[in-house]
Structures are given as structure tokens and as C-alpha cells.
Design a protein around this ligand. Structure first.
Ligand code: URA
Length: 262
């Protein structure tokens, strides 16, 4: 096999980084320094030579996308229909850089629904939530309260698409996707709802405090006449970085177990 030179290795690493950051198209052989490109009014394009503009569907403004997501979500009468509506939705730019739409994993009939933030690299590749390192820890946490298999829980995320490079979603991206997860919870109708981390807690509970203050308390998530007991707990990815917090997470899990056993 031909040996890969140091330069080639560097080029492959640079390419991998660009893909990770969301680059998905090569439009020129050499990079363009946009800061050095003259303002359009300084370089008028001769009318006769102007290339025809490439017609590309412009992304709808965020308010219109949010409205469309709300309409599509409301129209879905089953989880399968909602899955189809999310997968067909083109109003969120995150979809363009993601490999897959990540809808859910597990069994909605289990009574326990968990909602995380957004897919990471492993989830994006497999099209399923919480299948990477944080997911492995989450599976162990659930097994510790007797929820051993995918028949015993149901998992989704606030965002169905991975933000490039795992960056934080913008408020507009989160707002556009929110009607989908709200309808998702409504259709799954769990007996207990668990929000994994501060982003999910802030998006779905009426709270502004951080996760350290909010975790471990029961809230009431109201949707279409249903009152669902909801608790926020530390995100498993956070617990991987701060293992000393597992003690508090364990207390929260016991609370959740006791609510499910009621
Ligand atoms: N983190 C999340 O919030 N969701 C996933 O699906 C994976 C990691």
C-alpha cells in the first residue's frame, strides 16, 4: 500500500476538520478571502457577460419556518406521521449539514420519556439519539433504576439535527424545532418526562435558572390537557466530565423511579 506523506496526512486532517465544521460543498479550487474581495458596487459586472444567477431555494425567514413547523407538527396524528413530517421539513438550516434526521429511540409505550439537547457525531451517523459515549452512560443510569432495555424508555432531543462541530444551536434554530418536540411529547404522552441538561430544561420548562438549581425538582409539563410530571437532571455528557456529580444524579434517578412506581 502506498505510504501517506506527512503533507497528505495534514491535508486529510484539514479536510476532516472542515467536514466536521459543516463544509459540504467545494465551490472553488482556491480559498477566497472574503475580507479582501471588493464590495459589489466597486466591481460592476458587465451586463453582457454576467453569469446567470444560480437559482437556489432561499431558506424561509425564521418566523415563517417556525410557523410551518408548528402547522406540520399539529397535523401529525401519530408518532410515525410526526417522524415523517420532521424528516421532510426543510426550514432548519441544520438539516443541510447533518447526515441524518434523529427522531427517537426506544418505546413510547414505556411511560418514561427523556429529552436531550441535540445529536452528536455518533447519533448523526446512526440516526438515533444517545448512542455515543453519553448514551452509553445514560443506558447504565436507566438500567440502575430497572429500565434495562429499549422497551423500558423512550428518548428524543430538542433538535433532530446535529449542529456542525457540536456547536450550541442558535435561539432561532431551537425555536424552529420546538413545535416538533412539543408535539412529540404530546403524542408519546409519557407518565414521566425527564429533561437531560439545562438546554432541554429551559426549552420545555418555564425556567431561566441553570441546571444546578433546577435539577431534582418536580415540575408540571402541561400539554393539551395532560399534566405530566417532569424533572430535569444533569446531562450524561456533563456527568462524564464531572463524575463527582453522579451522586446527585443518582438521587434524582431514585425520585424518578419512585414516581414511575406510584
Ligand atoms: N447529547 C444529546 O443531548 N443528545 C444526543 O442524542 C446525544 C448526545
Amino acid at each position: 500500500m502506498a505510504k501517506t506523506s506527512q503533507t497528505e496526512k495534514e491535508q486529510i486532517a484539514q479536510l476532516a476538520w472542515q467536514v466536521e465544521m459543516g463544509a459540504d460543498e467545494v465551490i472553488s479550487e482556491v480559498p477566497i478571502n472574503r475580507l479582501e474581495v471588493a464590495e459589489p458596487d466597486e466591481t460592476p459586472i458587465p451586463e453582457t457577460k454576467a453569469a446567470p444567477a444560480k437559482t437556489q431555494a432561499a431558506a424561509p425567514p425564521p418566523e415563517a419556518a417556525e410557523q410551518e413547523a408548528g402547522d406540520l407538527a399539529a397535523r401529525a396524528r401519530t408518532l410515525a406521521e410526526l417522524n415523517g413530517a420532521v424528516a421532510a421539513f426543510e426550514g432548519c438550516s441544520l438539516k443541510k449539514t447533518a447526515m441524518n434526521t434523529v427522531f427517537s429511540r426506544g418505546d413510547a409505550a414505556s411511560g418514561l420519556m427523556l429529552v436531550g439537547e441535540a445529536p452528536g457525531a455518533a447519533e448523526d451517523r446512526q440516526g438515533k439519539p444517545f448512542v455515543g459515549p453519553a448514551g452509553k452512560l445514560l443506558d447504565k443510569m436507566l438500567a440502575a433504576i430497572g429500565r434495562n432495555s429499549e422497551a423500558d424508555y423512550y428518548i428524543s432531543n430538542i433538535l433532530p439535527w446535529r449542529p456542525p462541530g457540536n456547536r450550541d444551536p442558535t435561539p432561532a434554530e431551537a425555536a424552529i424545532c420546538l413545535p416538533f418536540i412539543k408535539r412529540h411529547i404530546e403524542l408519546a404522552a409519557p407518565r414521566v418526562l425527564v429533561l437531560l441538561g439545562g438546554v432541554a430544561a429551559k426549552a420545555l420548562l418555564d425556567v431561566t435558572d441553570g441546571i444546578t438549581r433546577v435539577r431534582g425538582r418536580w415540575f408540571c409539563y402541561s400539554v393539551d390537557g395532560q399534566e405530566i410530571p417532569a424533572m430535569a437532571i444533569f446531562h450524561p455528557a456533563y456527568l462524564l466530565r464531572q463524575p463527582q456529580l453522579k451522586r446527585q444524579a443518582w438521587q434524582d434517578l431514585l425520585e424518578i423511579k419512585s414516581k414511575l412506581d406510584d
